[in-house]
Design a protein around this ligand. Structure first.
Ligand code: TXA
Ligand code: MG
Length: 327
């Protein structure tokens, strides 16, 4: 029988143990500032193959490669000036750039595409681990394909713990939703592939040009941005969204009701909130954690209030819509 991976505190011995597992082509769940990643040596086809199989992820869905610093990342791709400017402003941080790739990162990582998705994460434990390695880490979110992303080590332990070498503890992830993904292959027309913690308006003002949203997903477009597939990040319990400000706090029998902020009269057992004061950064941070908690209670349905559609609220609503999409 497979053994359950340990959740390792980030002391020097544990960091070295995780580094050694990775050098040996094993997989380690790692903390990032967005969500936990399922990491393997990005330059080892054997390790990358394990990532796809452990996650149950189709091989057409490319992975993000994580680097210790921008120079390491930029050695693997062709770098327009705009990418350098964004990296200087937002790395380390929750921004993933899609750029034309140079020979180096295996085709398996990029699903045969001529581009690679790269980022430098901003999480001290993850950066300390990367410093110990002489290769970058390919890492999708550390959840079974299609399920809600993990924002605590226990989420990973519950779903993938029996299939991986170790889980490195970085606590509750700071942002709680996955990185913003920007396609800069054509730097004259940057495209947003996935909204995230860095709002699109911030990127547009930094670049001083408009950013277009990626076109709506049709099946053929799956390979340009598979994360755009509608059904993604879903709990097993049916999830329904209610417009911001329109939530009925009572709910009906068997329903969990989830508000953005704590309602004045918050006495009911089936009433939950994502941030006491409704702060959207906090809403994002708690979203996947609360959804997973509710998914393990016996609710018939989870009804969630949408965020206001601006700033990080755009990314929150994107994740809610995917979680609510019919399969
Ligand atoms: O915050 C994050 O980005 C987390 C942490 C672990 O870094 N990672 C994450 O990975 O969310 P994942 O695999 O769950 O989502 C990565 C997304 C996928 O939707 C994939 O399609 C897209 O990145 N992607 C990767 N390479 C791409 C490429 N060359 N072109 C377009 N999209 C790409
Ligand atoms: Mg994911």
């Amino acid at each position: 029988m497979a053994t359950q991976a340990k959740i390792l505190k980030s002391d020097p011995q544990s960091l070295e143990a995780c580094a050694q597992l990775l050098r040996d082509d094993a997989l380690v769940a790692v903390p990032t500032e967005t969500v936990y990643g399922l990491a393997g040596n990005a330059l080892s086809v054997a390790a990358v193959r394990k990532i796809f199989s452990v996650k149950g992820r189709p091989l057409i869905d490319p992975l993000i490669t994580h680097f210790k610093h921008a120079n390491a990342a930029f050695s693997q791709v062709y770098v327009p000036e705009s990418a350098r400017a964004l990296a200087a402003a937002f790395w380390p941080g929750p921004l993933t750039l899609v750029l034309k790739k140079r020979p180096g990162i295996p085709d398996l990582v990029t699903a045969g595409l001529s581009s690679a998705a790269i980022r430098v994460p901003n999480q001290p434990v993850m950066l300390a681990l990367l410093q110990k390695l002489d290769f970058p880490l390919a890492a999708p979110s550390a959840n079974p394909f299609g399920y809600v992303s993990p924002t605590r080590p226990e989420h990973v332990a519950r779903t993938l713990g029996h299939k991986i070498g170790a889980i490195l503890d970085g606590g509750h992830c700071q942002h709680g939703i996955e990185s913003t993904i920007l396609d800069l292959r054509d730097s004259d027309s940057p495209r947003l592939l996935r909204p995230g913690p860095i709002p699109i308006d911030d990127l547009a003002s930094w670049l001083d040009r408009p950013i277009h949203a990626a076109e709506k997903t049709v099946p053929e477009a799956a390979q340009t941005s598979p994360g755009q597939l509608t059904k993604h990040y879903s709990p097993r319990t049916k999830l329904e969204i209610v417009e911001h400000g329109q939530l009925n706090y009572r709910g009906s029998t068997g329903e969990a009701v989830v508000a953005n902020n704590k309602p004045d009269d918050a006495g009911q057992k089936n009433l939950f909130w994502l941030a006491e004061d409704g702060n959207l950064e906090t809403v994002a941070r708690n979203l996947f954690d609360l959804i997973q908690k509710l998914d393990h209670m016996q609710f018939r349905r989870i009804v969630v209030e949408a965020a206001p559609e601006s700033g990080i609220g755009i990314a929150i609503n994107d994740r809610l819509r995917r979680a609510a999409a019919p399969s």
